[in-house]
Design a protein around this ligand. Structure first.
Ligand SMILES: [Zn+2]
Length: 186
């Protein structure tokens, strides 16, 4: 089984615009502003042999403010810049009670199935409480970027930025790998 790093999209890989107090994701490719400074962090995770799985709630698909065509184009640009292994989308509104809208577990369990991931050994990097709640329910380790949106629920680690989150993750992962190797010998 493999180890994955689930990464929230908006605010981590791309910037969002604050409109009337709401962080709005890009709706068209021309609105996409990549977080270029996250590139090194993602590359380090890839070099450690980890799978990079992006998950994102995009209710704009459901209400018609974002088209699938534009979303696909945005994701193609992201995938080629960051070298991502997969991007999973919940296109529903929260009120639709689908199984995939975070904090519900659908996207995580789907990726675990299709990529043969061990969720107990996998990680979440995000700046939102929905991801830490899903992580907690599924046994993933959460590394949260400090800001008010992470809420007051359970977090495994809170870090200042994505670079510190990746640094911490790589240390944790090395310790786990060593432990697993030790067990195999015994
Ligand atoms: Zn959904």
């Amino acid at each position: 089984m493999r180890t994955g790093v689930f990464i929230e999209r908006d605010g981590i890989l791309n910037r969002t615009r604050l409109i009337r107090g709401q962080a709005r994701p890009p709706r068209t490719p021309s609105e996409l502003e990549l977080n270029y400074e996250a590139k090194d962090a993602i590359t380090r995770l890839k070099q450690a042999g980890l799978l990079i799985i992006v998950t994102t709630n995009q209710p704009g698909i459901s209400d018609g403010s974002i088209s699938y065509r534009d979303l696909d184009e945005i994701h193609q640009q992201m995938q080629s810049f960051f070298d991502l292994d997969d991007i999973l989308v919940c296109p529903h509104d929260e009120s639709e009670y689908c199984p995939c809208h975070k904090p519900r577990p659908g996207m995580f369990t789907e990726a675990a199935w299709s990529w043969n991931l061990n969720l107990d050994q996998s990680y979440v990097i995000s700046d939102k409480w929905q991801d830490s709640e899903a992580a907690h329910n599924l046994g993933l380790t959460s590394l949260m970027i400090k800001n008010p949106r992470i809420g007051t629920g359970h977090h495994d680690f809170v870090l200042k930025n994505i670079h510190q989150a990746v640094e911490k993750l790589l240390v944790l992962n090395k310790a786990k790998t060593r432990l697993a190797a030790g067990k195999a010998v015994i």
